[in-house]
Design a protein around this ligand. Structure first.
Ligand SMILES: *Cc1c(COP(=O)(O)O)cnc(C)c1O
Length: 352
């Protein structure tokens, strides 16, 4: 830290992203990426677009917006795109949280929620999970704060039902509820259908996981036109050109080629089901996952050892040191072959 860093950020603890090793060095199951590449059509079309890069990109993402709005059956003024969904979450904090209204989120959840709270100088309310690691909707009734919930939650993978989310929305009519659907495509109900009914709902999402675009950075929020206008105010006050031209095109192609991505999602879900069966056969305790990762622990192995033993076998998973979850590892779901390799390795590890 230099002596010039603003005093208000000297104690800030930034987000720690999962390790990104050299390609091919590990079976990489630590950051919940999609094991399948973008659709075959994408490469040539994006390459063609490179010759337009001397021109600024479209700040309104018009072509992407048209295709995406039609896909979700919403109006074009009900969506905003961002540089990954981390950025749209930051815009939500900027627009809808301050020291007066505050922010509340589950104690065990996506690590960025508390980093944004610290960055924007808001003392967060962290709401504990139940003993079984599920979110208790009752704990969010009448909170009088902006609420941020990942559904399915990370790193647990467990989801709330739409009815449970609705009760949270109804009991907080004067506060914004942000539902972060980064993993919703892998098995939970989307809250997008509720945006017309509740004027306090913002649904965020990302192309990083279900649309194989983690490295291209495309996120979004879907909400009513007034809240989208508020978020646009943040975007146009910070970086109107936040979604580059290649990413806009790749995002549009991914929606047009939806069948390819649905097939990939189905394959991930099938690999998850088979993997969980093998895990549980070995005595692992695995939380019920609606996402493209599983959160699992074994009674005879601590999480750190499990992480290290897999790492020794060139398999990279995620371990968290927080005492409440340090017994667990979060393992992203790859292809069926990837997960067979992990399960075989775990059998080896447990036999020693
Ligand atoms: C991965 C993730 C995001 C953000 O992903 P981006 O790559 O920034 O779009 C947001 N929320 C949760 C819960 C995530 O796991």
């Amino acid at each position: 830290m230099s002596r010039f860093l603003s005093k208000k950020f000297q104690a800030l603890e930034a987000y720690t992203p999962g390790e990104q090793p050299k390609r091919g060095e590990f079976l990489k199951l630590n950051t919940n990426e999609n094991p399948f590449p973008p659709c075959p059509k994408a490469a040539a079309l994006v390459a063609e677009k490179i010759s337009d890069l001397h021109i600024y990109n479209d700040t309104a993402c018009k072509e992407l917006t048209a295709v995406f709005a039609k896909y979700h059956n919403i109006d074009e003024n009900q969506v905003i795109f961002s540089n990954g969904s981390d950025e749209i979450l930051a815009f939500c904090y900027l627009a809808f949280c301050d020291e007066t209204v505050g922010v509340a989120f589950p104690e065990i959840s996506y690590g960025f929620y508390k980093v944004f709270a610290a960055l924007f100088d808001i003392a967060p309310t962290k709401i504990p999970l139940r003993g079984d690691f599920s979110i208790s909707p009752l704990d969010y009734y009448n909170l009088g704060k902006t609420i941020v919930i990942a559904n399915p939650n990370a790193p647990t993978g467990m989801a709330l039902s739409l009815a449970e989310i609705e009760l949270i929305l109804q009991s907080n009519p004067d506060n914004i509820v942000v539902i972060d659907e980064a993993y919703a495509a892998f098995g939970c109900e989307s809250a997008v259908s509720l945006i017309k009914k509740y004027d306090n709902l913002v649904v965020t999402g990302t192309f990083s996981k279900s649309r194989s675009m983690a490295g291209a950075r495309l996120g979004y929020a879907i909400s009513n036109p007034a809240l989208i206008a508020d978020l646009n105010k943040m975007k146009y006050s910070f970086n109107p050109y936040n979604v580059n031209a290649l990413t806009q095109l790749l995002g549009k192609i991914s929606v047009e080629e939806d069948d390819y991505y649905c097939t990939a999602i189905d394959a991930v879900v099938e690999a998850r089901t088979a993997f969980v069966t093998r895990l549980n056969g070995m005595g692992f305790v695995t939380l019920p996952s609606k996402s493209n990762f599983v959160f699992t622990r074994h009674p005879d192995l601590d999480g750190e050892t499990l992480y290290q033993e897999l790492r020794n076998r060139k398999i990279l998973v995620r371990h968290f040191t927080d005492p409440k979850i340090c017994d667990f590892c979060r393992i992203s779901i790859g292809t069926m072959a990837d997960m067979t390799r992990v399960a075989d390795s775990l059998e080896q590890i447990l036999e020693v």
